[in-house]
Design a protein around this ligand. Sequence first.
Ligand SMILES: [Zn+2]
Length: 442
Amino acid sequence: MTTQPCSSFFKPSAFLLYVLCCALFMFSSSTFAAVSIKDVRIWTAPDHTRLVFDLSGSVLYDIFRLHQPERIVIDIKKSKMNAKVSELKIPDAVLLSLRHGKQKGGTTRLVLDVRDGVSPRSFLLKKSNNKPNRLVVDLIPKQEQATVLKQPQAKNNQSDIIIAVDAGHGGEDPGAIGRNKLQEKKVTLGIAIELAKLIDAQPGMKAVLVRNGDYFVKLANRVKKVRDSGADMMISIHADAVTTRSVKGASVYTLSESGATPDRVAAALAAKENASDLIGGAMVEQEVSNPLVRNILGDMAKRDGLDSSEMFANLVLNKLKASFPIKYEKPKHARFAVLTALEIPSVLVEVDYISNPKRESLLNTKAHQEKLAQAMFQASHDFFTRMGLLEKLDPLIHTVNPGESLWSIAKQYGVSVTSILELNRLKQNALSVGQRLRMPQS
Ligand SMILES: [Zn+2]
C-alpha cells in the first residue's frame, strides 16, 4: 500500500474547490440573468396580426387566453422589458392595446387586449441570419379560423387569365437592403402593385397579389395562395444585393429540373431567397432546409410548366432588355421554393441590384417601378397571345404616364411610332396623361 504525500493530496482538492466555486458562480449567474426583450414590432396581415419580440437569449414562456374582456396573456420567464412598447401602432384590426408588468420571479407579463374570438399562435425562432432570438405571436381573428377549414376556391370564371404577382419578402423579412437603407420588400411591393394595376386594366386578364401590404407570407403559403387562386401564371419579384456596388442589371430565374447542371451563382441566390422563412418567421423551420421541390419533379404536367416557364422567362428578359441593363442574357435556373407551382409558368425576376446606389435611388421612384412593371406586363401579354389565349380579346393597351412621348412608348414596346399613330388614328403630339392607346403586337 502506498501513502500519498500531503502536498499532492491538498493541491488537487484546492483545485476542485476552485472549479466548484466557478461552476456555482456560472450556474447562479446564468440562472438569474434576465433575458432582455430588446425590441417589438407589429405586422398587420389580412388574415392575422403578428407581434415579434427580439430577445437577447432563449426564453421559456406561457401563453393563455382570458375572457370578458378578451385578453391574451404572455408570461416570459426571467426577462426584462427594454422594448418601446408604447411606440407600436395600435389599435389594429385585432389588437386593441398592449400593456406589460413585472411578475414574481422575474417574469415579464404582457397583456394583449384583443377583439372577440381572436386566438393566438406562437413560436420561438432561434438566432440566425443576423436576427436575434425571437418570440413570434400571431393573433388570428375568428373568421380566418373558419375559412382555414374551407376548400380552396375553384376558379369561377374561366374566361379571365389570372396572373399571380408575388412581391418578395415583407414584414419581418426586409430582403436585401441598399446602401441608403432602401429595403427590397418595399421595392417589390411597389412594382407588384403597379403590375397588378396594368393586368387588371387589360380586358380578359386579372391579377392576384400574393401580398398587398408590409407583412410576411411564408414560402409554402405563397405557393398555396397562387394555386388556390387558380392562377395561370406566377411572377415573383425581387431585387438582389451583392458586395460589389457597381454590379447592376436584371436577371430572370426558373426552377431547375432535377439532374440539370448546377449553376453555383443561381444556387446561391436560391439559397438566399429560400432563407426568407427563417428571417420572416415560419413556424416549421425544417421547411427551409427541406425546400418543397422534392418528389414533385418529373410529372408530365409539371414538366410542361417548366417548359412554358422557360419560354416566359425569355420573353421577360427580352422586354426588360429594351429599357434596362441586364445581368444575365439567358434565364438561369435554381431550386427556388417559391417557384414550385410547376403546373403554371412561374418565374422569379431580380429586377436589379439594390446594392448599387444609383440603381437603388432609381428603384425607389414610382416612375421606374411602373416601367419595370410595364415590361413584365408586356411579356405576360405576349406569352398569352403566343399561346393563342388572348386572340379574342382586345389588343394590348398602354395608358400614357406623365413624361412619356410617342417615341418613348414606341421604344418601350419595340414598335414604330407610325404603327401606333395608324392603329389609334392619331396625329403626332396629341398625347395626354391617362390616355389609353392600342399597341401593335411587336
Ligand atoms: Zn429577394
